[in-house]
Ligand binder design. Structure first.
Ligand SMILES: [Mg+2]
Length: 327
C-alpha cells in the first residue's frame, strides 16, 4: 500500500472496528477468541467478492464493504443466527489508495453498528490482479435449532420474504438498460443490488416456525433445488405468485423482455423458507410486525426437483439460476 505500511493500516482503519469485542484482542494477537453462550451453537459462513465478477469495477468502497458484510449476514439470517463477529481477508491491487481503504473501513463501521457485529481478525495481501474481498462471519443460534435446508416436508408451503427480481433488475439498470424508468424506481432497484437488506430479524423469528430455510443469492430457480435436494422432496412454484416490488413491476412494464431475468435473477438476499400450512397465521402476524411481506409461492410434495408453473398452467422450462454477471 503506497505510503502506508500494513501495521499502520491495521492500527488506523481496522483496530477501531475490533474495539468493544474483547475476543478480538485488539487485533494484536495471532488469533481471535469466540465463546458462544451456554445453550448456543456457533454458526459460521464465508463469502467472497471478486472485482469484475461479483461487483462492478469502480463501485464505491464503502458500499462494497457493506455489501460484503451483508451477504454474509444474510447467510446467518437464513440460519436464524444472531451476528457475533467476522474475519476479513482482502487481496488488493498495489495501486489501492489510502482513501479507498478508509472508505472501505468506514462502510464496515456503519454496518457493524447497524447489525451489531465486530471485526475479530483477518489478513491482507497485495495482488497484481483484480481485488478479492472475503469475509467469514460467525453468529449464534439456540443449540440444535438453527434453520437448515434439510427440513422441508411434503405438504409444507414455500414462502419468500420481500420482493424478488430487484437485484437483477438493479444491475441491468446500472448497466444502462431501462433508461426511461422513473428515477425513483431506478434508484430503488440499484440500491437493492448494491445494498441488499439481510433479513436478520425474520430469520431469528422463523426458528421453530420454518422447517427449512436459505437465502436467495443465486436466484429462486437456482436456490430452491438446494432445499429440495437437502430435504429429499419436490417443489412446485407458481411463477405468477412470485412477489415483485412496485419498481420491479414498473421495470417489467417498461421492458417486458426482462421478465425471465426478474424471476430467476440473483442478488436479492431474501429468505426462501418452507413451513407447514398451520403456520399461516403466525407468518401473517410476523409479516405485519416486521413490515415485511411474506408470500406463499408454492408447495412441497414427495419426489424430487423444483418445477416452475407459468400462468397458463404449463411448466416454465428455461428458468435458470443465474449466478454472476458476465462483464
Ligand atoms: Mg446462502
Amino acid at each position: 500500500m503506497p505510503g502506508l505500511g500494513e501495521f499502520q493500516r491495521i492500527d488506523r482503519y481496522f483496530k477501531p472496528l475490533a474495539a468493544g469485542f474483547p475476543g478480538a484482542l485488539g487485533l494484536g494477537d495471532d488469533a481471535g477468541l469466540l465463546s458462544p453462550g451456554p445453550g448456543e451453537d456457533l454458526v459460521a459462513t464465508t463469502d467472497s467478492m471478486v472485482e469484475g465478477v461479483h461487483y462492478l469495477p469502480g463501485e464505491k468502497p464503502s458500499r462494497l464493504a457493506r455489501k460484503l458484510l451483508r451477504v454474509n449476514l444474510s447467510d446467518l439470517a437464513a440460519k436464524g443466527a444472531r451476528p457475533l463477529a467476522y474475519m476479513l481477508t482482502t487481496a488488493l491491487p498495489r495501486s489501492a489508495e489510502e482513501g479507498w481503504i478508509a472508505a472501505f473501513a468506514d462502510g464496515l463501521r456503519q454496518d457493524q453498528e447497524r447489525f451489531g457485529i465486530h471485526l475479530l481478525g483477518g489478513d491482507s495481501v497485495s495482488v497484481e490482479g483484480p481485488a478479492v474481498l472475503g469475509i467469514t462471519a460467525f453468529g449464534t443460534a439456540p443449540k440444535g435449532r438453527a434453520l437448515l435446508r434439510s427440513g422441508a416436508r411434503p405438504g409444507d408451503i414455500i414462502h419468500v420474504s420481500g420482493a424478488l427480481g430487484d437485484g437483477a433488475l438493479g444491475l441491468e439498470s446500472l448497466r444502462g438498460r431501462l433508461p426511461d424508468l422513473d428515477p425513483a424506481h431506478r434508484r430503488h432497484l440499484a440500491d437493492r443490488y448494491t445494498l441488499p437488506e439481510p433479513r436478520m430479524e425474520l430469520g431469528r423469528r422463523l426458528i421453530g416456525v420454518a422447517t427449512a430455510s436459505m437465502d436467495i443469492s443465486d436466484g429462486l430457480p437456482g436456490d430452491l433445488p438446494h432445499i429440495c435436494h437437502a430435504s429429499g422432496v419436490a417443489a412446485r412454484v407458481e411463477t405468477a405468485r412470485i412477489p415483485l416490488s412496485p419498481a420491479g413491476r414498473a421495470a417489467l412494464a417498461a421492458d417486458p423482455g426482462l421478465e425471465r431475468l426478474a424471476l430467476s435473477g440473483g442478488d436479492d438476499y431474501e429468505l426462501l423458507f418452507t413451513a407447514p400450512p398451520e403456520a399461516a397465521e403466525t407468518l401473517a402476524a410476523l409479516a405485519l410486525e416486521l413490515s415485511l411481506p411474506l408470500t406463499a409461492i408454492g408447495e412441497i410434495s414427495a419426489g424430487e426437483g423444483a418445477a416452475f408453473i407459468g400462468p397458463d398452467g404449463a411448466p416454465v422450462g428455461d428458468l435458470k439460476g443465474w449466478t454472476h454477471f458476465q462483464p
